[in-house]
Design a protein. Structure first.
Length: 358
């Protein structure tokens, strides 16, 4: 069996954290989070100080995202701004209800009495969310003047749940007559998705119960994703009174191509980072593409100068998008706008673009 080892730089753009929003990853792994800002929002346990590109303080608050070099400012325990020009508004319950970006555009957020996100939108597009009696997402609808229209888009997305947190199946469909997509989770971790029916995911956990390695197998090949984890470790070392010393523990860290190769970079016209390519002498490696706000948009594996696998794909708020069937140079993938609206479909054969359109 062939084995490839690469690093997964964690996506969640985190340019906008959220405060008191209710989180239940084990029972409701697909519930939307307006902005992620605490360790538990990523299913992290223990005193994690670093999770790949994300850095936390000892209270568990996000302080830096090295992807895009974004840092966050808190006043009295509340997020007020970041170094990308975003400003945040919170209500009396400490829920973020508005974000104003550096261009003056506002995104609004609304919650129900249980602290679940029910609306997010700007003057162009919006999303609404509906939950069942167990506070699990059962429907998502999109609207607005610039909503991308496609067959079945008015139906929204419907979700159904079966099983227990350690063996949870989630079925969701885009239209009334379409075949539902199935995903399987174990305690908040995705094990299987029918988007990639041949893939099986296995996880390696450290002593704290955090994932440090993901192994994806299709029966003949394995792809190994290493997740860099560092911890604050509290040590009391004086008799009679406790002097607490903070130090970092670094478990199971493996070098990746992104750590060993200086990337080639391209930029938007305003000077913000557009892409980074980490290629070896055979033009094989990793390509990362960013949104204008510094959030990771796409992460590709390249082989001999051609796209081979789409590893990650997100909208500007860090929400994962459908990667299609593209794998090992074959299949289809989608082009999206920054809000996650589908623009076109690309079909590849042997890493060559065959068809573009719908």
């Amino acid at each position: 069996m062939k084995v490839k080892t690469i690093s997964i730089l964690l996506f969640s753009t985190l340019l906008n954290p959220v405060f008191a929003q209710k989180i239940d990853l084990e029972n409701a792994p697909l519930n939307p989070i307006a902005f992620q800002f605490k360790r538990e929002h990523f299913n992290l346990k223990g005193a994690v100080s670093r999770w790949d590109n994300l850095y936390f303080n000892e209270d568990g608050y996000l302080i830096k995202n090295s992807t895009g070099n974004c840092t966050y400012k808190y006043v009295n325990g509340k997020l007020v701004s970041d170094n990308k020009g975003n400003k945040y508004t919170v209500n009396s319950k400490d829920y973020i209800i508005g974000v104003i970006d550096k261009y003056g555009d506002t995104t609004d957020y609304k919650y129900n009495a249980e602290g679940l996100l029910i609306y997010e939108g700007d003057k162009y597009e919006n999303k609404t969310y509906t939950y069942d009696s167990k506070n699990r997402l059962i429907r998502k609808n999109e609207g607005g003047s610039e909503k991308v229209q496609f067959e079945g888009s008015d139906y929204g997305v419907r979700y159904n749940y079966f099983g227990t947190p350690d063996d949870l199946e989630v079925f969701y469909r885009w239209d009334a007559d379409g075949k539902p997509t199935k995903s399987k989770y174990a305690n908040g971790h995705l094990n299987y998705s029918s988007f990639s029916e041949l893939e099986i995911r296995q996880y390696k956990f450290d002593d704290y119960g955090n994932v440090y390695k993901i192994i994806i197998s299709d029966g003949s090949n394995e792809t190994v994703y290493n997740q860099k984890l560092e911890y604050f470790e509290q040590v009391a070392d004086h008799v009679g009174f406790a002097v607490i010393e903070s130090r970092l523990r670094k478990p199971r860290v493996e070098k990746t191509i992104e750590e060993t190769i200086e990337p080639e970079k391209t930029y938007f016209s305003d000077g913000t980072l557009l892409s980074e390519s980490f290629y070896d002498t055979s033009d094989s490696g990793i390509l990362k593409v960013y949104h204008r706000n510094g959030a990771l948009h796409e992460k590709y594996m390249y082989k001999n100068g051609r796209p081979y696998n789409l590893l990650e794909c997100y909208d500007k708020n860090g929400n994962a998008l459908d990667k299609g069937t593209f794998k090992n140079g074959n299949g289809y993938l989608y082009l999206y706008d920054e809000d996650g609206g589908r623009l076109s479909r690309l079909v590849y054969k042997n890493s060559q673009l065959e068809i573009r359109g719908y």
